[in-house]
Design a protein around this ligand. Sequence first.
Ligand code: BES
Ligand code: MN
Ligand code: ZN
Length: 496
Amino acid sequence: MRYHIKHTNPQKQRSNCLIVGIWAGQSLSPAAEQLDQASDGYLTRLLKRGDLTGDLGQTLLLQEMPKIAAERVLLVGCGKAEEFNAAAYRKMSMKVIAALKQTGAKEAVNYLTDLVVNDQDLHWKIRQAIQITSEALYVFDQFKSNKTNGKIVLNEMIFNVTDSRSIKQADRAVVEANAIVSGMQLTKNLGNLPANVCTPTYLAKQAQDLAKKYKSITAKILEKKDMEKMGMGALLAVARGSHQPPKLIVLHYNGAAKNKKPIALVGKGVTFDSGGISLKPAAAMEEMKFDMCGAATVLGTLLAMAELKLPINVVGVIPATENLPGGNATKPGDIVTTMSGQTVEIINTDAEGRLILADALTYTEKFQPEVVIDIATLTGAVIIALGTPASGLMSNDSHLVDALKKAGDASSDRVWQLPLWDDYQEQIDSNVADISNVGVGGGKVITAACFLARFTKKLHWAHLDVAGTAFLGGKDKQATGRPVPLLVQYLLDLAK
Ligand code: BES
Ligand code: MN
Ligand code: ZN
């Protein structure tokens, strides 16, 4: 899908389809007004007949409007102007692409950029429209005999800007959106792959492919013997039950001078989480192929960095392993020594994410990062707490919290902060080791983060629990590509 910016008159624009807005109460947007005048009041008469009230998300497709050069005009209800906020614009954009997909249009010119959205500018409108359009056109049919991909004919969308001075800002929005979309697509594709394909070795290969494709990216893969040398007892404990070798994937995006401290992104890469000896129930266990979505987010975000050529340094660290039961698997009650030297009693082998992240976070210290953000499908509890709208955010640095909240709001890929008070720490004390890998009592999202906090004392660190946001479960199970938009926005803000 290609996106462009133009400054044109709707009535004269040759196109397969123009997209214009109608407000509730049937008042016309600027582009609709122009079409109405050029067609001697055609739209006014049509609206009078009551075929479109202008309620949010309504659509009406017109063919060969009189005196209009375009083949089709898609009218879109925008609701009440005073209630037209970010959420309304996003909802409308979803309806637009759903309607457009039903037509034979190969190309469309979008005039919805002329609608005033409360608190949002042109740059935001274009970026959101592109992300939503690409989202709606995404299909994962690699394993289907009947491909749906070729059946979607739409391949170009042009956004109109009302004055030529806005073109530069609009072009920048297209560049950013394209990079975010490409990153999300990689993240989704990897997340959607079944675990028999997407193994730790496969993820490592993906990292190497990224490094081959982009000069600004380098990849290094650490093997089991390297982990043994570094004393990564927690990561190795999770990998023990599997025949697939674990990998520690290290990526560098080099966009700034070598001596500039990097931002570190650490992604949970459990390519399948059966729970291990603390075996999960069978229902929905197939969704645990998504337990590497944090890792996929790191890869997608680095791809976006390379596309945007941002003047910063980013290091990505991905501990990748399966979590399976096996004759050699870790048993409840086993005690292991982490790379940090702290010992952990593994009470429940299903709390494996925090184990592999503990060693990955300790390893990350060597890069002396400015900040570290880990991304992990860490707890089922965060789905209960926050559902799908927001990722859980916990951090030991209030500036980082503010920056991530701001980036989340700006990108509509939101986070919600949960406390990381010391009061919770005693819940993960063990009577035989330094730490237990599960917390007693409530607050399971927080006690999981408390565990990670014991390994990030030397770091400015934030933890994103994305179990509710990185994928959707159920019949239409699929990866969402989140939180790539959030992280790219955070890095864009930093690079400014
Ligand atoms: N990968 C799971 C968390 C998860 C659950 C992600 C559902 C997405 C959907 C994680 O490894 C896990 O099993 N967590 C346990 C921790 C518990 C044993 C303390 C959980 O949340 O139940
Ligand atoms: Mn688990
Ligand atoms: Zn897991």
